[in-house]
Design a protein around this ligand. Structure first.
Ligand SMILES: *Cc1c(COP(=O)(O)O)cnc(C)c1O
Length: 239
């Protein structure tokens, strides 16, 4: 446990200095970027250690894993972000612990989130996940809506009870015109955010960048980076 604490502290310090350096290089204040640690596949004990090390935001991508972990960590004052593809049959559970759902990408999900948030007496911050690799279906391989679908979802979220429009999120695309061009994809997300804020000034979250590309995200103007493996270690298998 102490070893793990030392390991996480060292990793966290490295990520912190990367974020600080990226902010400095971009002429941004360190307080303009929030670190969200993605704890998926790692145990609640790690979340507890991270909380002790000053982490305030954590993210998960599977309800089956996240729900018990969040329950075990309910005594910690953490903000929980849900970042995975979300089926409507999991929405009731997710709304029970998530403060933010960053993967909102379709009308049916908004309707369901609103209904369950109202039922639970909670307010959920919603980020629209934008897919820059969306094909003719208008949806990305790993979830997300094409840029052209953002306005409709934003309007619906903004007038849905129990929901608050937080902003936009993306995962750097592996295919399509932005493959291998993370910085360009993140800049496009920031442009979309600028448009969105003309109508919804409070929807100012721009969630982009992971362990491999957080520098590009900070340079582009991201307000939230989601970092997993650089803090917790490389996940065995897919996760
Ligand atoms: C796993 C995950 C991350 C973190 O990825 P790392 O490469 O481990 O930093 C960020 N965002 C989403 C949506 C994820 O699923």
């Amino acid at each position: 446990m102490t070893d793990r604490k030392d390991e996480l502290a060292a990793n966290l310090a490295r990520v912190e200095s990367r974020i600080a350096a990226a902010c400095a290089a971009a002429g941004r204040g360190r307080d303009e970027v929030t670190l969200i640690v993605v704890t998926k596949t790692y145990p609640a004990d790690d979340v507890r250690i991270l909380s002790g090390l000053g982490v305030r935001h954590v993210a998960e991508n599977r309800d089956q894993d996240a729900a018990p972990k969040a329950a075990e960590c309910a005594d910690l004052s953490l903000a929980w972000h849900f970042v995975g593809q979300l089926q409507t049959n999991k929405v009731r559970s997710v709304v029970g612990y998530a403060d933010f759902v960053q993967s909102v990408d379709r009308v049916r999900l908004v309707t369901s989130l609103s209904r369950e948030a109202v039922r639970a007496g909670r307010e959920i911050g919603c980020l629209i996940q934008v897919a820059f690799d969306a094909g003719d279906s208008g949806r990305g391989e790993r979830g997300g809506v094409a840029p052209g679908g953002v306005a409709e979802l934003a309007e619906l979220i903004a007038r849905s009870e129990g929901l608050r429009l937080g902003g936009l999120m993306t995962v750097a695309p592996l295919t399509g015109e932005y493959a291998g061009r993370e910085r360009a994809a993140f800049e496009r997300l920031v442009d979309l955010s600028t448009d969105l804020r003309r109508t919804y000034p409070a929807a100012n979250m721009v969630s982009a960048g992971m362990s491999a590309d957080l520098e590009q995200a900070v340079a582009a103007g991201a307000t939230h980076v989601r970092v997993g493996s650089a803090v917790l270690g490389v996940r065995p298998g897919l996760g």
